[in-house]
Write a protein that binds this ligand. Sequence first.
Ligand code: ADP
Ligand code: MG
Length: 332
Amino acid sequence: MIKKFLDFFKRNKISNLGEFGLIENIKSWINEEEKFVDNIIGIGDDAAVISFDKDEKVLASTDTFVEGVHFTRDITSFFDLGWRVLAANASDIAAMGGTPKYVMISLACPVNTKIDDIRNFYFGFKKLADILDIKLIGGDTVKLDKKIVVSISILGNTLSQNYILRNSAENGNLVFATGTFGDSAFGLKELLKNKNIRNFFTERFNNPMPRVKEGKFLGRNNLATCMMDVSDGLAFTLNEIAYKSNLGILLYEDKIPYSKEMKNTKDKLSYALYGGEDFELIFCARKENLDKILSFGNISLIGEVKDDFLGVKILDNKNKLSILPRKGYRAF
Ligand code: ADP
Ligand code: MG
């Protein structure tokens, strides 16, 4: 049996496993299960949940941005890149109901990179860091042949009982979303057509605002049973919550929140469902918390949790029910 696995590893490439398959294998190679004994939540959520002290949980996450894969210089300025990498990272802490606090940045770049470009990268980073009260505490700088690669790690915290996982939805919960959907993917599409365009949508793509205030509000008040951020589209996120919680989610098409700019756009539904990088939060909560949650603002009710099916179904505007596939951006 073991030989069969070893042969598979020798003969195949990581693309045969896919991104999730590879992560599952990494977990098994380092015996991740053992760590759960110490009350640690490791691989599998938006951030790891670790503990140094009984009253507090520390949240940790990391993200890597590769030129030509995650960004291109012609549509994302260095300033915007600095903003975006922090936004993506802070969003993962917000998705745990925590407060993002400290960041480390590793920068790999060619020797002929302009100083001004790197300066602008840090200015963009700092602009958002100051808004969110996040401090840069270190990093690493190395040489790379042709491309720029930025890796960013973040630490945040919550009180011990206040962190929110993605696998803990409950039957009968309501499903909520912050902000609006599809703007960022639509902005990217506009930039790919004309890299000089600047409008509401391109701003949503290049300068997304992670929902830290909303995440903290839900965490501190214990209002959500389950939460995840939307980096790979609404369909992917809802499916991840549903399958990890072993339940069904019913999404109401007419309740998906859109910006006023997006409202009359053709195909807005597919931008919302399958477009990436909205960095909004999806969470589930008990019905009794509905009023308190909606009174915070910038939050909409979009669906409900059911136990009579597994996965996600969408009830469209003509009252037709269909399965929402687990589609979205994956690395490979
Ligand atoms: P997100 O999209 O929220 O940033 P990812 O899809 O990148 O999350 O990662 C899913 C989970 O897998 C996270 O818990 C992350 O820490 C873990 N993970 C991803 N890549 C690796 C790796 N190479 N080694 C260990 N854990 C990993
Ligand atoms: Mg995430």
